[in-house]
Structure formats: structure tokens, C-alpha cells
Design a protein around this ligand. Structure first.
Ligand SMILES: Cc1ncc(COP(=O)(O)O)c(C=O)c1O
Length: 457
């Protein structure tokens, strides 16, 4: 049992260990301590969630507040906060829906908010993506996308990527590339193959050009298409969560390869959709997928909601059910999602994400000269990763250092998540201003500087 319980750092910062205990001791008052203990008592403990980092009393705009009243700019937000936490216009839309007493429609009935939301999604997603199915969460949306691809192609195999995460369902976990989320499950869904994502900074072959990395990754993919024929879909995030931004050429070639072998291309934009990357959808940087999977900010940051938007020609399964969910056409959730999109559009938050992202990436790249610990800066829009290394030549991951930087920043009022044990991920609300981002950059720089001088947390 002990080895199964060993905490892996492949996904993120861990909720056990010396630094976490120190953070708790230094940052809780008696009230927070009390609720922290109650949380531990009543929830199953699991890596990445319980025991928790802290107990929150409020979330508002770009901020989260703990029980002592301290506020933090939150650069994680689980991706629900594109238009800000507790967005007043989203709240208003949901309140209106509650007042109208149209909060749920039983299956076989529909409602205007759900229809308008589906219409809006058809309007704002790239041409060709026309038909939607909704469900409560991202994992279920992934399940629906794979089910649809299987129905359309008549195939059952899938190709996805190592190190990816697509959710907690059986099929979603099967296409995910991390042991963390499926160790101990037993056999997963058959035919779920994985390949490497093109990582230009950390490619294992020592290639110097993007073209070489892309070609090797595509070579691996084509082996599966040829030797295990019958692939329903290639499923991936257009930009990995780390984030690694592939070349446009890579995705063009993947799409063409998938189509050549009769498979569909599914993009998981559960994190990247709704403006995060400086375009309304990340696929706009690359190619239009056959099925687009959306979640997180899909529910306006208020309610759980997710879905798929796919090519109209796949609407041929009227004798089957692909996503038979109780809350499939939930009017409250649809009102929230619609209000979120309208807010993003009205306040030009997608453009803001592009501008702030470019500024931030440029600033961190210039900090590389002063701070050898900054090995690589990657991302696009407000989807940024800072890869901390012990040595810029060997690129050895600076694991303890990254953890120390994180807790130092937390204490100064900046929250973010570490991924793959050493990469600081910055995904703020798209409401963030340049001044607020500048404060975040300086705070991170200060913490990195202290750690470089040997002052850990
Ligand atoms: C890329 C990606 N896909 C799928 C999911 C699953 O979404 P949910 O937690 O809503 O089921 C997540 C959640 O973190 C995600 O980040």
C-alpha cells in the first residue's frame, strides 16, 4: 500500500510535506484552523485536494480571500475565472433566471436560455462547428466527444498524449497520460494509445529545431495509425497545460494525418477556451478541430457546466443518446454561460489576455538574463509557464526551489499552481490589468531572487 500512496509530483504542487505544514502554521487563525480540521474530517483525503491549502471566505474578480481577510491574486482559479470570480453580470443573469422560476427543464423539454447559449456557441466557434451537447462537467464532455467520434467513425481506438489530463471519468482518465489519476484502477478503456507532445524546450532527443521535434512526434503517431488501424480520434489540448505551444504546422499535419486514416481531431479546450490564449478559442491559433470540448468558464465561474461543439454533419444519431445528462439543457447554467461570453465580448477581455500575455512573457524572458533559475518561459495569452531549473544547461528541474517560490508568493498575496513539479503556471482572470500583472511579476522575481541566494521557505 505504501508505494501506491506515495505522492507523485507529476501533476502539481503536493498537499503534504514540510513547507505545506509551515504555511499552515504561519497563515491560519483559530477560525481557519477549526474549518481546516473539519474539512479534513469529512472529506476523503486525496493528493491535490484534501488536506486543502487554505479555507476561502470570498472570491471576487481576480482575487480570492482567506478567512483572515487576506486577499490573493489567483493565477489558477481552476480555469473558471476568465471573466472574474463572482462576476456581477453573470450573477445578475442567474438571479434573473431564478426569479423567472425557470431553473430546470425536465428531459424532452427545452428552454430559451439553453437554445440561445447553443446558438451563441455556434456563432463564436470557428465555421463548421455548429451543433452542441451540454453536460455538468469537463470530464463528461470529454466522454461525449470520444463517444461521438466512435459513433461517427465506427472505430474505437484513440490517440492522446502522455502527461495530459482530460478528467476523472473512466474514458477521460483512459485518454489522460498521467499515472496519478489512474494508478490502481485496473485495466483502462482498450485501445487508448499515447504519444509524446512536441516539447521544444524539453525534447528527449536533443533536437534543435521545431521541425525535427514535430517530425519525430508525428512519426510515432503514424506508427499507431498504421499498426493499430481503426482509430476514432486524436485527442489533445491544442496547447498543453504546462504550457507547451506547438507549431501551427504540427497541428496541420496531425489533422491531415487523422483525416487520412479516417479519424477525427478532438481539441480539449476546457482550460484554453473563452479567451485564455488571446483568441476566443485556442484552435484559432492552429486548425479547426472536428469536435471542440469546452468547460470550466462555460458555467460563468458560478455553476458547473461543460459541453462539446462539433461539425453539423455528425448530427446523424437520432436513434442513440450520446450525452444523456439530467442537466443537459439546464437554463440556469446556460444563462450563466451566455452572460460570461457577453461579458468577455463587451469588455474586450480576449484582447486584454493577448496584450497582458505578450507583456508578461516579454518581461519574464528579459528576467532570464538576471535569474539563471528561469530556464524557459512559454505560453500565449494569459496561459503562461515559467520552467525553473537548477542549471540552465542541464535543465534539471528546480523542484524544492519552485515550491519555496510558491509559498513565498502565497504569503505576499499571490496564488498559483506548480505543474510537473517545477513549472510555475500563470493563468489569471482575463480581467487582470497591466499594473496588477506587473506586481505579480515583481513578486515572483523577488521570491526567485531570494531562493537563488539560498533563502528557501
Ligand atoms: C484540460 C482539462 N480537461 C478536462 C478536465 C476535466 O474537467 P472537470 O474537472 O470539469 O471534469 C480538466 C479539469 O481540470 C482539464 O484541465
Amino acid at each position: 500500500m505504501e508505494s501506491e500512496n506515495k505522492v507523485s509530483r507529476e501533476q502539481g504542487d503536493i498537499n503534504q510535506g514540510k513547507s505545506r505544514i509551515k504555511y499552515w502554521k504561519r497563515n491560519f487563525d483559530s477560525e481557519a484552523e477549526k474549518w481546516f480540521e473539519e474539512d479534513k474530517k469529512y472529506f476523503f483525503h486525496q493528493a491535490l485536494s484534501t488536506p486543502v491549502l487554505n479555507i476561502l471566505s470570498r472570491t471576487d474578480g481576480i482575487y480570492i480571500y482567506d478567512m483572515t481577510g487576506k486577499k490573493y491574486i489567483d493565477m489558477h482559479g481552476n480555469g473558471v475565472h476568465n471573466a472574474g470570480f463572482s462576476n456581477p453580470e453573470v450573477i445578475e443573469a442567474v438571479k434573473k433566471q431564478l426569479d423567472e422560476k425557470l431553473c430546470f427543464t425536465p428531459r424532452r423539454f427545452s428552454n430559451v436560455p439553453a437554445i440561445k447559449f447553443a446558438e451563441k456557441l455556434a456563432e463564436i466557434t470557428p465555421p463548421g462547428l455548429e451543433k452542441s451537447l451540454f453536460c455538468p462537467g469537463g470530464s463528461e464532455a470529454i466522454e461525449m466527444s470520444i463517444t461521438l467520434a466512435k459513433q461517427v467513425t465506427g472505430n474505437f481506438r484513440t490517440i492522446s498524449f502522455w502527461d495530459s489530463f482530460h478528467g476523472a471519468g473512466y474514458q477521460a482518465a483512459s485518454v489522460g497520460g498521467e499515472e496519478h489519476f489512474k494508478g490502481g484502477y485496473g485495466p483502462m478503456v482498450p485501445g487508448a494509445f499515447k504519444v509524446e507532445f512536441p516539447n521544444y524546450y524539453r525534447n528527449p532527443w536533443g533536437f534543435k529545431t521545431e521541425e525535427e521535434v514535430d517530425s519525430e512526434c508525428l512519426r510515432q503517431m503514424e506508427i499507431i495509425f498504421k499498426r493499430e488501424p481503426g482509430v476514432a480520434a486524436v485527442l489533445g489540448e491544442p496547447i498543453s497545460a504546462t504550457p507547451v505551444v506547438p507549431s501551427r504546422d504540427y497541428w496541420v499535419r496531425v489533422r491531415d494525418m487523422a483525416h487520412k486514416y479516417g479519424a477525427l481531431l478532438i481539441f480539449d479546450e476546457i482550460i484554453e477556451g473563452f479567451g485564455r490564449t488571446g483568441k476566443m478559442f485556442a484552435c484559432e491559433h492552429f486548425v479547426t478541430p472536428d469536435i471542440l470540448v469546452l468547460g470550466k468558464s462555460f458555467g460563468g465561474g458560478l455553476v458547473p457546466f461543460a459541453g462539446i461543439v462539433a461539425r453539423g454533419e455528425y448530427d446523424i444519431f437520432s436513434g442513440r443518446s450520446i450525452g444523456h445528462y439530467t442537466h443537459e439543457k439546464n437554463p440556469l447554467c446556460s444563462a450563466a454561460g451566455l452572460a460570461e461570453i457577453e461579458y468577455l465580448e463587451k469588455h474586450a477581455l480576449v484582447e486584454n489576455a493577448a496584450e497582458i500575455g505578450e507583456y508578461t512573457i516579454e518581461r519574464f524572458n528579459s528576467l532570464k538574463e538576471r535569474h539563471p533559475m528561469i530556464g524557459n518561459v512559454a505560453g500565449v495569452g494569459c496561459h503562461i509557464g515559467i520552467d525553473l531549473v537548477k542549471n540552465p544547461v542541464t535543465k534539471e528541474r528546480a523542484v524544492d526551489e519552485a515550491e519555496a517560490v510558491m509559498y513565498k508568493c502565497m504569503e505576499k498575496g499571490l496564488a498559483f499552481k506548480i505543474i510537473e513539479s517545477n513549472i510555475i503556471t500563470l493563468r489569471p482572470s482575463l480581467l487582470i490589468t497591466k499594473d496588477e500583472m506587473e506586481w505579480c511579476i515583481s513578486t515572483i522575481e523577488e521570491a526567485i531572487g531570494e531562493v537563488e541566494k539560498g533563502s528557501y521557505y
